[in-house]
Write a protein that binds this ligand. Structure first.
Ligand code: F6R
Length: 604
């Protein structure tokens, strides 16, 4: 939820730090700051508010330096004030630190340091780190040793970057929060995520938990906390820097909705062979799921809706499966047995709730698998195995293209598992795979002809919005409502179609449009539920093919192209993403950065 950037090189660090912070704003954006070595010592500028506000303060008077660290914050300890913004320093400003994560023993450390005369100026847990380093320096340790001792004293999760006055180096450590080093011919970058420095280099080294990296002008040293070298070979990321900009679109969210034909093509590329009805999930050869007889899927938010979609696909394939909210897992997890596979579904791979469920499942002895968009993410490393959804970077806080790719990968996984499970019933792969191969083109057509902007304009003044669906349409109804409330700030709810009459119908009025999703499965029942709402005066916006009976009853219609029933819900979801987007745009909401939300939620 916070973003870290660091730069060591020959040129001016300020520009790199500020552009890195802008690229990282999606991780959190209530305050930001930078610290540089300016030749005379460490100089810090930090501000509550957006990076643009920090930018103004950095130029006045001008800040200079070739080595620096920066941070964009989403508050966890203390409100978003100038004082609580990072970097934090010790009392002499000889040490500056940026941090992402939570220091669980900070209260204890703070009181011990206070007893020794350290004075704290913020409410943050982070501030104990520079004071700890200062403490060890005062005890006579050298810079590197003081840093290692300070890190050793921390409990919790962290990605930390520190600078010590007069030394041309950044010290970094990772435990539970992501950190990646970028390398480019004498220029070095450090960040919580690759898009921060992707415009400069695509050669990266992901730190593992327990790693310490020391970045100097002549190279990077990777060790464990005890100082023993560890081998961390560089990797090349194939993300295009263009992809991380908005391009021709007004918002990342709209760009990412429109990227779905491409991102889904990437998701399935080389993984499906419709001609011989086969699926090739790399690393999962036939037989690799032998012995798996139940699946638990753990996830949060949009990823939970994808997990729900996946659980239905698995159940239909004959594999008993349940989707569980990761944040409820510790109190409601079903038993883990020998044949249990626990699948964590997480776009970022850094969601604390999901990581915690994954670790709990691992401790219970389950086989674990992560479905994620970020190859080097913590969830990918913690699980026994992982599958990348290959959706490309997603910057808008509201997840869009990653939902589609997650759902598709989970459907493919369902087929692979069913093929291996002794009592699995392989389902309709002959029609599913050609439908899947055609999905990118169908979404392309839908995007070109969508009337979602007109629907949004027609209903933007309504009181509340209800989304209903059955079967695979149910997770999409939930997702339609989540997207709507998240970016428009208007009240929206998703229900299973059949549930409407068990309570929510009491809320239905002429001021509450209902969006029923028709997937071709038991549509007659959904139509009946829709009629029940229409009879109470609710405007109906049917999400269905053009020639569907629901269009006769509906006041308006969002078209989905004819396709396999198992894929229709994904097309409907794209229409609902567009409705939310256009409604939020009409309401002038900050679509890519909705209030109170962050792209990556790294606290439980
Ligand atoms: C909503 C949204 C969130 C995330 C949730 C889990 O648009 O993006 O609900 O889906 O915070 O995040 P990941 O998938 O990164 O674990």
């Amino acid at each position: 939820m916070c973003g870290i950037i660091g730069h060591v090189g020959t040129g001016d660090a300020i520009e790199t730090l500020l552009s890195g912070l802008e690229n990282l704003e999606y991780r959190g954006y209530d305050s930001a700051g930078v610290a540089v070595q300016n030749g005379a010592g460490i100089e810090v500028r930090k501000r509550s508010g957006k990076v643009s506000e920090l930018k103004a303060s950095v130029g006045n008077p001008g800040l200079e330096g070739r080595i620096g660290i920066g941070h964009t914050r989403w508050s966890t300890h203390g409100p978003p004030t100038d004082e609580n913004a990072h970097p934090h320093t010790d009392s002499t400003t000889d040490v500056a630190v940026v941090h992402n994560g939570i220091i669980e023993n900070y209260a204890d450390l703070k009181s011990r340091l206070s007893e020794r005369g350290h004075e704290f100026t913020s409410d943050t847990d982070t501030e104990v780190i520079p004071h700890l380093i200062q403490h060890y320096l005062e005890e006579g340790y050298g810079n590197e040793s003081a840093f290692r001792h300070a890190i050793d004293a921390l409990e919790g999760s962290y990605a930390v970057a520190a600078m010590l006055s007069g030394e041309h180096a950044i010290y970094a450590a990772r435990q539970g929060s992501p950190l990646v080093v970028g390398i480019d011919d004498g220029e070095y970058f450090l960040a919580s995520d690759v898009p921060a420095f992707l415009e400069y280099t695509d050669t990266v080294v992901y730190l593992e938990d327990g790693d310490v990296a020391i970045v100097r002008p002549d190279g990077v040293e990777f060790t464990n906390l005890d100082g023993r070298p560890v081998s961390r070979p560089p990797e090349t990321v194939d993300w295009d820097p263009e992809q991380t900009g908005k391009g021709e679109y007004d918002h990342f969210m709209l760009k990412e909705i429109h990227e779905q034909p491409t991102s889904l093509a990437q998701t399935i590329e080389g993984r499906i062979q419709p001609d011989n009805a086969s699926i090739d999930l790399e690393g999962f050869e036939p037989g690799s799921f032998d012995g798996i007889d139940t699946v638990q899927l753990v996830a949060c938010g949009t990823s939970y809706h994808a997990a729900l979609f996946g659980s239905l696909a698995l159940n239909r394939a004959g594999i008993p499966a349940r989707a569980l909210l990761a944040n409820e897992y510790s109190v409601c997890s079903p038993p883990v047995r020998d044949g249990t596979l626990v699948v964590a579904v997480s776009q970022s791979g850094e969601t604390a709730d999901t990581l915690s469920a994954l670790r709990a499942a691992d401790a219970e002895g389950a086989r674990t698998l992560t479905v994620t968009n970020v190859v080097g993410s913590t969830a990918a490393r913690v699980a026994d195995e992982s599958i990348c959804i290959r959706a490309g970077p997603e910057i808008g806080v509201a997840a869009t293209k990653t939902f589609s790719s997650q759902a598709v990968i989970l459907a493919l996984l369902a087929h692979r598992l069913a093929a291996d499970a002794s009592d699995g019933t392989p389902f309709d792969i002959e029609s599913f795979l050609p439908g899947l191969a055609a999905l990118p083109d169908r979404i392309d057509g839908l995007l070109a002809s969508s009337n979602a902007d007109r629907i949004a304009r027609r209903y933007v003044d309504a009181e509340s919005y209800f989304f209903i669906g059955r079967g695979l349409g149910f997770p999409v109804a939930l997702e339609g409502a989540l997207k709507f409330k998240e970016i428009t700030y208007e009240h929206a709810e998703g229900f299973a179609s059949g549930e409407l009459k068990h309570g929510p119908l009491a809320l239905v009025t002429p001021e509450t449009p209902v969006f029923p999703v028709f997937t071709g499965e038991e549509d007659e029942k959904t139509l009946k539920n829709t009629e029940e709402a229409a009879t109470r005066g609710a405007p109906v916006v049917a999400v269905c093919p053009d020639d569907h009976r629901a269009t006769e009853l509906a006041d308006a219609h969002l078209e989905i192209p004819e396709t396999e029933p198992s894929l229709a819900a994904l097309l409907a979801n794209v229409q609902l993403q567009l409705v939310s987007y256009h409604a939020a745009d009409l309401l002038d909401r900050p679509i890519d950065k909705p209030r109170n939300l962050a792209k990556s939620v790294t606290v439980e």
